[in-house]
Design a protein around this ligand. Structure first.
Ligand SMILES: [Zn+2]
Length: 284
């Protein structure tokens, strides 16, 4: 059992924070390998819906719920899913950012040690007064916003941020603003709104501090949780199906039984089989 840093507010105003999750199985690996090029935010929604078995009173947890989770809560769940599947220790490969160095290095850390900051207070939305005297009500960005805007972010970041504010600002000075009105706001007001949203949100650290053994300098590298977890999991489906075939051939298990196993468990049986076959071939 775990606890979301933020939490999910249902339509009746109930807050759900406790969660149970199950490690990824061959079925999720198949999905990830087949859709590796698909939009990552939509993939996070689907994978979380399959692996988070309970969220507060909600079980099973449909994509409609995992999509509405706060960005930090989804990142927290992804890290916990990685821990449940492969353990707490992570080895990340970084490149020294100083151009005259560029040394590649591996950095070890524990998922438990990734800093998580809860929000100052939890609410479905927040009403505050801006410095210019206008009252604002906003909600925090969710997976739905990431799904909607991820494509646009790559094309035009400023436009995507305007669209994000238009989605999250529920009321500004007595009316819900559209993207045009958000775009017309003074830059300082937009910055203030972004800063207030940032302060109200829970946070999961997405940077790694490292020291370069080659040049001796320290630096902070961005650590993209989506890319890390999915990059680590991306399995060639050919290899996955070979493993399934190998286990089915020797153990006579069904495809669905084998696909319901985690990668670690498949590997354990493959190792046991390899030892047993070795004994058969060469005698004990
Ligand atoms: Zn260096």
């Amino acid at each position: 059992m775990g606890l979301l840093p933020g939490g999910f507010w249902d339509e009746h105003g109930g807050l759900h924070r406790e969660f149970d999750l199950a490690p990824l199985t061959g079925r999720e690996e198949e999905l990830l390998a087949a859709r590796a090029a698909a939009r990552p935010a939509a993939l996070v929604t689907e994978v979380l819906s399959r692996c988070v078995s309970r969220l507060g009173d909600i079980s099973p947890v449909p994509p409609a719920v995992t999509r509405q989770l706060l960005v930090a809560d989804r990142n927290h769940l992804l890290l916990q899913l990685r821990r449940a599947t492969f353990g707490d220790q992570v080895r990340a490969t970084l490149t020294c950012p100083w151009t005259e160095c560029g040394e590649r290095m591996s950095v070890d850390f524990s998922i438990d040690a990734v800093p998580v900051e809860p929000p100052p207070h939890r609410a479905p939305h927040y009403t505050e007064t801006l410095k210019d005297g206008q009252e604002i009500t906003f909600r925090l960005p969710t997976g739905a916003d990431q799904e909607e805007l991820s494509g646009r972010l790559a094309v035009n970041e400023a436009e995507a941020l305007t669209a994000l504010l238009a989605r999250c600002v529920l009321d500004l000075g007595g009316a819900r603003p559209d993207a045009e009105r958000i775009a017309a706001l003074p830059a300082i007001t937009r910055l203030e709104i972004e800063e207030r949203m940032r302060r109200a949100a829970p946070k999961v650290e997405q940077t790694l501090a490292a020291a370069c053994a080659e040049c001796g300098r320290t630096f902070v590298a961005p650590f993209d949780i989506h890319r890390f977890v999915f990059g680590e999991l991306r399995t060639d489906n050919t290899l996955l199906y070979q493993e399934v075939h190998y286990l089915a051939y020797h153990y006579h298990w069904s495809e669905s039984e084998i696909m319901a196993m985690t990668r670690d468990k498949r590997q354990t049986y493959i190792d046991v089989l390899a030892d047993a076959i070795e004994v058969l071939n060469h005698g004990a």
